[in-house]
Design a protein around this ligand. Structure first.
Ligand code: ATP
Length: 231
C-alpha cells in the first residue's frame, strides 16, 4: 500500500531524513519508532505531501506522492503531531469545515455521524473543542483524518500529552481502526508500538536502523546495547 524508496530531506547541509526505504502492506499497522529529532515527523510530512522531499520516491496505492500529491492525498488520512484544531469551534462545525476542505463525495451528515460513532465522540458533538479533554481532542483529530474513508491512516505521535487512561483508549482505537485501514503509527515509545503494531520500523538520526516484528525488535535490542540507547 505504501512504498518508500531512498527518500531524503535535507535542510541546508543537514539531513533530517537520509535515504530511507520501507514498505507498508495493505491492512498492516506499522510502528514508526524513534527518539525526538529522529526524523519521524519529517517522514510523515513527506508521505502526506506537507513538505517536499529532496530526493527519492514514495507512493500510496500505486500513486506517486511526490509527483501527484493531490490524487495521493485522497488515499491518506493524517493526524499531524500538532493537529490544527480550532478551539473556538464546536466539534460539529469543525468536522463540517474539514469535510468541506476535503471535498468528500459521501453524504455529509451520515458520513460524519458514522465517523463520530467510530471514534466515540457523539457525546461531545455540540461542544466547543477548547472545552474538551486532550483525549477527546485527539479523537476529533482522528475523526478529521477519517473523513473521506482513506485507505491509509498516518498518526504522528497521537498519544503525546495524554493521561494513562486516555493513552490506553487511543491505542485501543488505533487497533480497532487497523481492522479496516492500513495504519502508520509514529511514536517514540517502544511499549506503545509493541502493544499496537504488527511491524516496526526504527528511525534514528534520519536513518532506518531496524525493520521487523515487535518480537524481532525486542531480540535485537537485547542483543545490541547501542540500539537500546538509541531507541
Ligand atoms: P519529535 O518527536 O521531537 O517531533 P521527530 O522524530 O519527529 O522528532 P523531526 O521533527 O522529523 O523529528 O526532525 C528531524 C530533524 O530535522 C531534527 O534534527 C530537526 O531539528 C530537523 N528539522 C525538522 N524540520 C526542520 C526545518 N524546517 N528546518 C531545519 N531543520 C529541521
Amino acid at each position: 500500500m505504501i512504498e518508500v524508496k531512498n527518500l531524503s530531506k535535507r535542510y541546508g547541509k543537514n539531513y533530517a531524513v537520509e535515504d530511507i526505504s520501507f514498505s507498508v502492506k495493505e491492512g498492516e499497522i506499522l510502528g514508526f519508532l524513534g527518539p525526538n529529532g529522529a526524523g519521524k515527523s519529517t517522514t510523515m510530512n513527506m508521505l502526506t505531501g506537507y513538505i517536499s522531499a529532496t530526493s527519492g520516491s514514495a507512493s500510496v496505492a500505486g500513486i506517486d506522492i511526490l509527483e501527484n500529491p493531490i490524487e495521493a492525498k485522497k488515499h491518506i488520512g493524517y493526524l499531524p503531531e500538532l493537529p490544527p484544531l480550532y478551539l473556538d469551534m464546536t466539534v460539529k462545525d469543525y468536522l463540517d469545515f474539514a469535510y468541506s476542505l476535503k471535498k468528500v463525495s459521501l453524504p455529509k451528515r451520515a458520513h460524519i455521524q458514522e465517523i463520530c460513532g467510530l471514534v466515540k465522540i457523539e457525546d461531545v458533538y455540540g461542544r466547543l473543542i477548547g472545552n474538551l479533554s486532550k483525549g477527546y481532542r485527539q479523537r476529533v483529530g482522528v475523526a478529521q483524518a477519517l473523513l473521506g474513508n482513506p485507505d491509509v491512516l498516518i498518526l504522528d505521535e497521537p498519544t503525546v500529552g495524554l493521561d494513562p487512561k486516555q493513552i490506553i483508549e487511543i491505542r485501543n482505537l488505533i487497533k480497532h481502526l487497523g481492522k479496516g485501514h492500513t495504519v502508520i503509527l509514529s511514536s517514540h515509545i517502544l511499549t506503545e508500538v509493541q502493544a499496537v503494531c504488527e511491524r516496526v520500523v526504527v528511525i534514528n538520526n534520519g536513518q532506518i536502523v531496524a525493520d521487523g516484528t515487535p518480537d524481532d525488535l525486542s531480540t535485537a535490542m537485547t542483543a545490541d546495547h547501542k540500539l537500546i540507547i538509541r531507541v
